[in-house]
Design a protein around this ligand. Structure first.
Ligand code: DGL
Length: 280
């Protein structure tokens, strides 16, 4: 970590959370549930998604711009809510930063390594995340005897964004994607993409009861809470009445974002503002 900024971090400072778009709201939602005093500045890069089919160089450049944007709010930490950005850019972002930055991949990998009994773990994610082998790397650092089977599921993101969370089309596609993981007899499945927790019940039904679904969004919020606690940065003061606790920014399509966000976050998304991320 570089030490350019010696101003101490404040407990009541917001947490920056970003994703390629709306999917990272599954992570924001977990943070809201698990650490309800925290303020959140969320950025969804809706103009430039999907990240899952882009190169590492491009995703890293985008992520750096977003970090610069979030830092204008004096955030105390940043959560890279996107699996693809965590896979491709987290190491660089961490090295360049003087505030803690956490991604969603390590917490999910850690839980999977803990819950598997037969040492066979499946990972479903974007093409980029699967191609990066990042889950394999982290899980095998923890336990080299675990075998990891990755499967890219590129159709899940558009299905979720179309609202087809419980739908025969999603069922059919999920069966096609998951059959090979069922055949391999995995007993834990990492939902390695922001959108997948929203079709969790479909995935659970197809995989069957013997397979534990690991939701990195949940595990990340847990790890974030622990990290803030360890560093004395957990906000112990509840938000004041009328305070804008959660702020949402996007690079395009604010209305669509708002609509989607309101369908998954019960706190109500007051507004989503468009910003020009290219200027950061
Ligand atoms: N947020 C991305 C992820 O978790 C999925 C959507 C995209 O490809 O941009 O990998």
């Amino acid at each position: 970590m570089s030490q350019e900024n010696s101003i101490p971090l404040r407990k009541d400072a917001p947490i920056g959370v970003f994703d390629s778009g709306m999917g990272g709201l599954t992570v924001a939602r977990e943070i809201m549930r698990q650490i309800p005093n925290e303020k959140i500045i969320y950025f969804g890069d809706t103009a430039r998604l999907p990240y899952g089919s882009k190169s590492q160089e491009t995703v890293t450049r985008f992520s750096r711009q977003i970090v610069r944007f979030l830092r204008t709010f004096q955030v105390k930490t940043i959560v890279v809510a996107c699996n693809t950005a965590s896979a491709y850019a987290l190491d660089e972002l961490e090295q360049e930063s003087d505030i803690p930055i956490i991604g969603v991949v390590k917490p999910g990998a850690k839980t999977a390594a803990e819950v598997t009994r037969n040492g066979r773990v499946g990972v479903i994610a974007t093409e980029a995340t699967i191609g990066s082998q990042i889950y394999t790397k982290y899980i095998q650092e923890l336990n080299k005897d675990v075998a990891i089977y990755g499967k890219a599921c590129p159709l899940f993101v558009p299905l979720v964004e179309e609202g087809l969370w419980e739908d025969p089309v999603t069922d059919e596609i999920a069966k096609r994607y998951l059959t090979e993981l069922i055949d391999i007899d995995i007993d834990a499945l990492i939902l390695g993409c922001t959108h997948y927790p929203l079709i969790r019940s479909t995935l659970g039904r197809i995989m069957g009861e013997k397979v534990t679904l690991v939701n990195p969004a949940y595990e990340t919020a847990r790890e974030l809470r622990e990290m803030l606690q360890d560093k004395g940065l957990l906000n112990d003061v509840p938000p004041k009445l009328g305070e804008n606790q959660y702020q949402f920014y996007v690079s395009d399509g604010a209305d669509k974002f708002k609509h989607f966000a309101n369908s998954i976050i019960k706190y109500g998304v007051l507004s989503a503002k468009i910003i020009n991320i290219e200027q950061y």
